[in-house]
Design a protein. Structure first.
Lengths: 112, 113
């Protein structure tokens, strides 16, 4: 089974702090995603990475950056957290051969 | 713009009732279709998927969905729900040849014991 592990399930940060959300997958997938999940809005794509050091902006990249130094690890960075970034963040990995997204358990971030 | 509509935001059913959750999408090309489920406190997981072939697909836990191309719909069904089906359900569309997944806004299902 594919396993996608997000290092932090719950975080509380203050406005202006730098936040790192880490995600590791164990299936050697080239493609990894960061989504944001908000009630009534579904999942919205923040960033996508299709290879080490390669990334593409998703639908809502403002205020976020990402890092993919190793194939198995994809990090989401909030350079200066703001209260409107309070949300659930979901990491996923994907291979076209299977076609489905494999999700981590999510990181619930609260920015005060 | 591409979009996915889930018309039911909240559904409450009694155990043994039948379930149908609607999903419509707007995209003119070929798509892969998915239903994901998120049980309380758990990660999103795949219920079922459609890529091609028989438009009636069966998934885990007795769920099925029917792709009606002419209606751009992919409705989820279960003949008899259980309390354990209480969860949030997301429909998603993936246009062929892309990495893009467009998710609906989700339907929260509560099944009363």
């Amino acid at each position: 089974d594919v396993k996608v592990t997000q290092s932090s399930r719950y975080l509380v940060k203050r406005t202006g702090e730098k936040v790192f959300l880490e995600c590791v997958q164990d299936m050697d997938h080239e493609n990894m995603f960061w989504y944001r999940q908000d009630p009534g809005l579904g999942l919205r794509l923040i960033y996508f990475s299709y290879d080490v050091k390669m990334k593409e902006k998703g639908d809502i990249p403002e205020g976020y950056s990402v890092s993919r130094e190793k194939k198995e690890r994809f990090s989401l960075i909030l350079e200066s957290a703001s209260t409107n970034q309070t949300s659930m963040y979901l990491c996923a990995s994907w291979t076209p051969e299977l076609g489905e997204l494999f999700f981590g358990e999510g990181s619930r971030l609260t920015v005060l | 713009a591409q979009s996915v509509s889930q018309h039911n935001h909240h559904v409450i059913l009694s155990e043994a009732a039948s379930l149908e959750l609607g999903c419509n999408y707007s995209y003119g090309g070929t798509v892969n279709l998915f239903w994901y489920v998120q049980y309380p406190g758990q990660h999103l997981q795949l219920l079922l998927k459609y890529f091609s072939g028989d438009p009636l697909v069966k998934g885990i836990k007795g769920f099925e969905a029917e792709f009606i191309k002419s209606k751009f719909s992919f409705n989820l069904r279960k003949p008899s729900v259980q309390w354990s089906d209480t969860a949030e359900y997301f429909c998603a569309v993936n246009p062929h040849g892309t990495y893009k997944y467009i998710f609906g806004t989700g339907t929260r299902l509560k099944v009363l014991a």
